[in-house]
Design a protein around this ligand. Sequence first.
Ligand code: CDP
Length: 789
Amino acid sequence: MTTPRTPAEIGGMGHSVKRKEDPRFLRGQGQYVDDIVLPDMLYLDIVRSPYAHAKITNIDTSKALAIPGVAAVITGKDLAAYNLHWMPTLMSDTQMVLPVDKVMYQAQEVAAVLATERYIAADGADAVEIDYDPLPVVVDPKKALLPNAPVLRTDKPDKKDNHIWHWEWGDRAATDQAFNDAEVTVKQDIYIPRIHVSSIETCGCVAHFDKVRGKLTVWMTTQAPHAIRTVFALVAGHVGLAEHKIQIIAPDIGGGFGGKVPVYPGYVIAVAASVLTGKPVKWIEDRMENIQADSFARDYHMTAELAGKKDGELTALRIKTIADHGYTDAAANPSKFPAGLFHICTGSYDLKAAHVEVDGVYTNKPPGGIAYRCSFRVTEAVHAIERMADLMAHEIGMDAAEFRMKNFIKPEQFPYKSALGWEYDSGDYAAALRKAMENIGYAELKKEQAEKRKRGELMGIGISSFTEIVGAGPSKHFDILGLKMFDSAEIRIHPTGKAIARFGTKSQGQGHETTYAQIVAEELGIPVDDIAVEEGDTDTAPYGLGTYASRSTPTAGAAGAMAARKIKDKAKKIAAYLLEAHEDDLEWEPGKFFVKGSPDRAKTIQDIALAAYTNHPQGMEAGLEAVSYYDPPNLTYPFGSYICVVDIDKGTGEVKVRRFMAVDDCGNIINPMIVEGQIHGGLTMGLGPALYEEIQYDDSGNILQGSFMNYLLPTAIETPNWETDKTCTPSPHHPLGAKGVGESATVGAPAAIVNAVVDALWHLGVRHIDIPITPPKVWKLLRENGVTE
Ligand code: CDP
């Protein structure tokens, strides 16, 4: 959709409406969890383990309790009395809230201190004395699978090893056959390291159990408030928490990116503490706790193979993966997909056969596997296929763009069934790549590179032509802990024609208050300024599964359109009554119904809204409102082609991203400015892991990047000038033709950067570099090849 259907005053789809939420954010008037202060509130601080694996032999709380202002110290034994010391994870594994017996990773929660002030709670935490007996530590998932590895999950009596699950997908025999028949194959070990969501706001909550009303209210940094309410009711029903007496409120959130989907122990401890004391309890992680204990992603050890013909035609893909989950499988994936949507790994290419295997493994690390700005392992899948495609193109001496063009799924093949079973809704991959090549001047860059190579300069050009899969449901395939993945919207039009629209999702900075209002404006012609959007309060919003995996537009956005259409149907009946015309004789233009051929005989949506409460036809219910629970018939498949140009400093090994052209396609766009912002932020979040970010552990399980001193995030200085453009291939099944976009850039960017670096070094014999591509890694390669200055 190129030209908006509505005028600027209405501000429907396609208008770059300024974000309605920004006036409060820009003035520092947002309300985050830490802004909630209640009378008599206690503060909670957590004592954490210095060991990655150790038996707890004693916990002495006496010195802590002696500090004036310390109200209580909670240990695993205290929670065990209520059977709350363990909790289920989203993947139906179990996770300690507080340990009774042993700790499983460095920085694990061991005890919690409640005090009248935050700093007193911190002093109390320092004063808790804990004795540990260190146990052997396993940090390498490959070693964890060896027969002599210590078994970590001793809490599971039948568990005799550290293997969590094996999952495989695709046709193994057909894939093996294709590899046997292949004229050319390439194989590569690719490691995507553990990285950490570094949202500006850390995790935290204020839990308030009102003993008189028997009601628990939790203000909480959560991306999925309704699911959390249900889980709390199911897990803590036995201590009196019933779902109608639980209110979860996700206020403003300073970035989620998947890290605020799981339930972390701190939330549960705070709730338990409030239930026990009857006082409000605030728990807010500090930055170091956040980076050391939660929100970890990736950690995939992949071995990928690609088969094809000498002329460049691809035939088959095979990937084996070891997934390091830390000590429990707390990944935030749909239940039936232990490796998420990793099997989108055939990407944008028309492959005849594919087979993937993933093995989940326990190690002495905090739980990992959250979908960090990624629709459940899609980043890993895209990285694998885009690296492998590049490797194959280089191997057979074919231009990487030409190679991709040859193998792309063609527009006429959609809807396209992939070798791994997904039905891609729509796409035109060649158009996006062509546009990226034209915009960046691909042919000239190739010439420049050839000349520079002659002079010994290291310049590389890398492409990533990714396909994503976002918008879970459909509910027949996707659930989280049994809760089906649909989403919802409820719209009420007030008598004066103003509206409130509530959704089952929860924005964490994506601008839903604006874009959802634009969807309603598009459908009903009510100006964006006249529509209030609310999310995140389980007492008022309709039930939904929340915001992650770029699912909001494909699910709740669609629900908004469907609810608005129900309202429009009723509005038409009211208009017919008011105009004394037959419904079939009415036509709609944004904001009003008019009688065909007589545009002056019209009733605006505002006239109709007033009539719905003051002058509605007899026999019709008064009011103008509707709700929709939208179960998408399919996922949406946004895509893009990115081209990256790098220069490598031969003296230091430093990689400089000189140009980066991102052409994205998310179907019809609701707000071009917001989409642009999503892509810019997403690209920088792709640059970080490509060049800087990694969480490592030493052999004793000590975290090596436990603060922002050594966990390097790109700042404005490192961030290049992103060049962006769009193509538009609407989703055929989404009511607005839109696809999700929030994660595309983070998913697609790293492979383009790595491909550019390897392209710059290919002639030296370099075939692959694992991310992050740090200067020491590159410098070592240059030195090995006698290239350093
Ligand atoms: O679930 P999440 O909000 O993170 O992801 P999304 O659905 O991809 O949307 C991110 C932001 O981009 C939202 O404000 C959307 O309304 C907006 N968007 C858009 O304007 N047009 C699209 N086709 C897709 C998203």
